[in-house]
Design a protein around this ligand. Structure first.
Ligand code: DP6
Length: 345
């Protein structure tokens, strides 16, 4: 059997990973190159929003190739993937370039972030194809180098990314499995437009906001409150801390220079509706990433009612429904068959 140290190594592997939604957000880096975050964060994997990625190392290739949803990717995206594959090649001690084919199962251009599921799936597929047997922590650490939030899509269920001191201890682990709490994320699509400032560029602006230090001062306490609310399945407590941190992050974004203003009128319409519904007694909360769409999270029993009410808001173009999802998993691996990330922890 060829090993990854062989110059003609041609391993292949396919992996699937879920996207995730953060209750406590990652915003700002202490070290942008290593993607060491300014604060710890906590999220839930989303089972129906997934990326499936196949990596094939091919000694005949002169450059890495990236096919996204059946089409050749833009150079910027190809370069980001290629830079990431360089890390994997260094770890495996081999020079071989790769062909990467990646598909999202959620509508392209829905304005839903895909870097978390994309880099989690790529980390698993690329490392397995290269013959590296990484445990879950090492895989999460690797995914973090591609996209910070991707490290949280490696473990399953409800996941905490500890900020850590350096590369070694900055990775994510599960605090509860998907079945721990039957929540639903109804993603209210307000805009399908590509966001003007992506997260990577946004993180670099966090330090310019006078409110950033204030958010960071209470980050550990908010993380603790959020972890406790999830472990106790306390929806009211989860709503309070999730919306607080969402507002804090967007306050940092809005007060950066230049300012980042992601909300649209429809975003605010959904926020206000959700607050009114909660007053009526519905277990529902919202959170918003670097875009206009709103993640409306409720207890499973309220799912149909919440989705239906959201669809009646004129600015809501669509509602995508997701439940707590599992860990990144390998579907098949050529040279490394039999490898399962879950059995390595
Ligand atoms: C607002 O992980 O997308 O969604 O590391 O540059 O790829 P990069 O950033 P990314 O940032 C996520 C920002 C967020 C909050 C979160 O998911 O925690």
């Amino acid at each position: 059997m060829k090993t990854s140290n062989s110059p003609s190594f041609s391993g292949t592997a396919t992996a699937v990973a879920c996207s995730n939604i953060a209750f406590i957000k990652y915003w700002g880096n202490r070290d942008a190159a290593l993607r060491l975050p300014a604060n710890g964060s906590l999220s839930m994997n989303l089972d129906s929003l997934t990326t499936r990625t196949t990596v094939r190392f091919d000694p005949r290739l002169e450059a890495d190739v990236l096919i996204l949803n059946g089409e050749s990717a833009a150079e910027e995206a190809r370069r980001r993937v290629s830079d990431f594959l360089e890390i994997v090649r260094r770890m495996a001690g081999m020079p071989t370039k790769a062909r990467v084919e990646s598909e999202n199962n959620f509508p392209m251009g829905a304005g839903i972030a895909s870097s978390a599921s994309a880099f989690a799936a790529l980390s698993l597929a690329a490392s397995a194809a290269a013959g590296l047997l990484l445990d879950e922590a090492a895989l999460s650490r690797l995914a973090r180098r591609g996209s910070g939030s991707a490290c949280r899509s490696v473990p399953g269920g409800f996941v905490e990314w500890q900020a850590g001191q350096g590369d070694e201890d900055s990775y994510a682990r599960s605090i509860a499995p998907p079945e721990h709490w039957p929540l639903t994320d109804c993603v209210a699509i307000i805009s399908r437009a590509h966001k003007q400032t992506g997260s990577s560029a946004g993180h670099a602006l966090a330090d310019t906001s006078p409110l950033h230090p204030a958010r960071l001062r209470q980050a550990d306490e908010n993380l603790r409150r959020c972890r406790q609310a999830i472990l106790r399945r306390d929806f009211e407590a989860l709503a309070a801390v999730t919306e607080l941190d969402c507002h804090l992050m967007h306050a940092v974004m809005m007060t950066s220079s230049p300012p980042l203003l992601y909300w649209q009128p429809g975003t605010l319409a959904v926020m206000q509706a959700v607050r009114a519904w909660r007053k009526e007694g519905l277990p529902v909360l919202y959170t918003i990433d670097a875009g206009a769409n709103v993640h409306v999270i409720c207890e499973r029993a309220a799912e149909q009612q919440v989705a239906q009410r959201l669809r009646q808001i004129p600015q809501v173009r669509d509602v995508l429904v997701a439940h707590p999802g599992g860990a990144a998993r390998l579907e098949s691996a050529g040279e490394s068959s039999g490898y399962n990330v879950n059995s390595q922890t």
